[in-house]
Design a protein around this ligand. Structure first.
Ligand code: NAD
Ligand code: UDP
Length: 320
């Protein structure tokens, strides 16, 4: 049995990761400051004696004996990471320093949840890991993009200078149950709007693309990455290669919810990447043939069922 720390464990991806690590017979410590995460995401784990929940902010040091650390703490939706940009960059940079310091002291293996955002508005398509990116260092997305880029640098430097056993995964747009209905990212926005019969908000003309990965595929890739031999440190892309425009995503969402919603066009946010699609050949070759298995419509069906349930229970709570 390994003892594993998951920072940001009460968030969308972290909650799925905690559940999976417990199922595999590990002891899990979930650390979160609840900025965008929620106890509701992990309430079903609280009765498990091998699960511990700690309210803590990764910008402050934390001391514990663990074998592995998954560092996920950081708001991921543009709406939330732009709410307090200084805090966002502190979370990425000081959080990385604190967690790397911990890994160094207790000789734990540590995995960083990096992001496709480090490629910025990419000029190379699809994006392989060797691409250095096209990031505006002073724009509204910089606190997140540059924070995550600096975290990658810190991971590499702690590895080279102090022999810390690191793993870096670059996560592409991921969706699924446990996303916050107010998260602000496109999949949750569209599903919630469709279920409420509201118009779906398309930013720009809707021809920009993203490649959407279902959360279970990502968690499988992260766990495989942590399990690889110490000489493979990444970075490695984890994402689904099927690329969609936002208009196509909206059409699929309306179709699968059976909604009568229409579309409403809003201004495209500044520095919004025009296209994004991972080159996942490295993940496939180094992570035991890893490939996403859940395609968009199948993943949307599961996610729609989740939001349908929570929207209905919210309504019921309001009536009571
Ligand atoms: P999320 O917002 O649901 O989860 C982030 C969690 O971190 C939340 O529980 C939040 O409360 C917690 N947190 C934030 N700041 C903290 C701090 N200072 N101290 C402690 N906890 C803090 O987002 P998510 O989609 O689950 O993302 C998880 C990680 O994966 C993030 O690091 C994100 O950058 C990365 N990622 C996600 C995606 C995606 O598409 N979902 C893509 C690329 C990278
Ligand atoms: N988007 C949209 N409507 C929304 C929310 C987002 O059209 O209600 C667009 C957004 O402009 C971007 C894409 O959807 O082009 C993905 O946005 P998201 O915030 O989910 O992720 P990111 O931009 O970080 O990849």
């Amino acid at each position: 049995m390994k003892r594993i720390l998951v920072t940001g464990g009460a968030g969308f991806i972290g909650s799925h990761l905690c559940e999976r690590l417990l199922k595999e017979g590990n002891e899990v410590i979930c650390l979160d400051n609840y900025f965008t995460g929620s106890k509701k995401n992990i309430v079903q784990l609280l009765e498990n004696p091998f699960f511990e929940l700690v309210r803590h902010d990764v910008t402050m040091p934390y001391f514990i004996e663990v074998d592995e650390i998954y560092n996920l703490a950081c708001p991921a939706s543009p709406v939330h990471y732009q709410y307090n940009p200084i805090k966002t960059i502190k979370t990425s940079v000081m959080g990385a320093i604190n967690m790397l310091g911990l890994a160094k002291r207790v000789k734990a293996k540590i995995l960083q949840a990096s992001t496709s955002e480090i490629y910025g508005d990419p000029e190379m398509h699809p994006q392989p890991e060797r691409y250095w990116g096209n990031v505006n260092p002073i724009g509204p997305r910089s606190c997140y993009d540059e924070g995550k880029r600096c975290a990658e640098t810190l991971f590499m430097d702690y590895h080279m200078q102090n022999d810390v056993k690191i793993k870096v995964v670059r996560i592409f747009n991921t969706y699924g149950p446990n996303m916050n209905p107010d998260d602000g990212r496109v999949v949750s926005n569209f599903i919630v709007q469709a279920l409420k019969g509201e118009d779906l908000t398309i930013f720009g003309n809707g021809n920009q693309t993203r490649s959407f990965q279902y959360v279970d595929d990502l968690v499988e890739g992260m766990i495989r990455m942590m399990g690889t031999s110490n000489d493979f440190i990444g970075p490695v892309n984890l994402g689904n290669q099927n690329e969609f425009t936002m208009l196509e995503l909206a059409e699929n969402t309306i179709d699968l919810t059976g909604s009568s919603s229409g579309l409403i066009f809003k201004e495209l946010p500044k520095d919004d990447p025009k296209q994004r699609k991972p080159d996942t050949s490295l993940a496939k070759s180094r992570l035991d043939g890893w490939e996403p298995e859940i395609e968009l419509r199948e993943g949307l069906i599961k996610t729609i069922a989740y939001f349908d349930k929570i929207l209905k229970s919210d309504k019921q709570e309001k009536v009571l």
